[in-house]
Design a protein around this ligand. Structure first.
Ligand SMILES: Nc1ncnc2c1ncn2[C@@H]1O[C@H](COP(=O)(O)OP(=O)(O)O)[C@@H](O)[C@H]1O
Ligand SMILES: [Mg+2]
Length: 245
């Protein structure tokens, strides 16, 4: 992300959205767009970036999530990511667009020299916070293709539409740490996150999710703290998304 996150949020919220094309592989309507700031009279070059725009009306219906809620879940995931300080989810906002309200997310240019499948196989340390994040948000769809390595070595995560179900749904390719002990710094972070759910983070999530979904997030954190370990696959449910990429 070359833009400062705050500038990115502002640009995503207020910029002019120009649809360039549709991503063929996506299961929801996902549009690649250019976003540009209104022209200023100052000396700065116009602010411009690429973004993904998922209009709510293009969301594929799912049996296990209420219709028209995926965009809100994507923004909720961004808020939790920001609260952790891990910066996993790129800037993501709700706004209106040419196909109606939806979520708009800064587009990341991935580093084509990095093979994310190899990183998953190797339990790359950069993926560990994402595995813990997914346990917190109850990510039902952490495919390899939703992990984006960017130049400089960081790895970001996208596609958080099927997070925050009140029911256990963790489906992920990141099982490399299953049952492994959480580090003290991770436990401290989870404690802080839990406190913030009682405050401003909880209030912000309350504007995006159902009350029981916010409450279930707190319960998942409590469970992680009680057990002091990463979750393990539940034998009664698929543990890995299909297709896995
Ligand atoms: N913000 C982003 N930056 C870069 N690539 C992205 C971004 N969002 C999505 N993509 C790419 O587009 C693909 C499809 O988007 P995704 O969010 O998975 O859509 P869907 O909800 O339809 O599955 C992703 O697997 C990823 O490769
Ligand atoms: Mg996807």
């Amino acid at each position: 992300m070359s833009l400062e996150p705050q500038a990115a949020d502002g640009l995503l919220r207020a910029g002019r959205l120009e649809v360039l094309g549709r991503l063929e592989s996506a299961s929801n309507v996902t549009l690649l767009c250019r976003i540009s700031a209104p022209a200023t009279t100052g000396p700065e070059p116009p602010l411009e970036a690429m973004c993904a725009y998922k209009p709510i009306r293009g969301e594929a219906p799912l049996w296990d999530f209420p219709a028209g809620t995926l965009a809100y879940r994507e923004v909720a995931a961004r808020l939790v990511s920001e609260a952790t300080g891990w910066g996993i989810v790129p800037p993501t906002v709700l706004r209106d667009g040419p196909y109606g309200p939806g979520m708009v997310q800064l587009w990341l240019e991935v580093d084509p020299s990095i093979d994310v499948v190899e990183l998953i196989r190797a339990n790359a340390p950069a993926l560990r916070p994402i595995a813990l994040f997914d346990a917190v948000v109850n990510n039902g769809d952490r495919k390899a293709g939703h992990l984006l390595p960017v130049p400089g070595g960081r790895i970001h995560g996208v596609d958080h539409g099927v997070c925050f179900s009140p029911d256990p749904k963790l489906r992920t390719v990141l099982w490399g740490w299953m049952d492994g002990p959480l580090e003290e710094s991770e436990l401290a972070l989870l404690r802080r996150l839990h406190r913030e759910l009682d405050g401003s983070l909880g209030a912000a999530l309350g504007g995006l999710l159902q009350p029981e979904e916010v409450a279930a997030t707190a319960r998942r954190i409590e469970r992680l703290l009680d057990e002091g370990r990463f979750p393990a696959p539940d034998p009664g449910r698929p543990a890995v998304p299909w297709p896995w990429y």
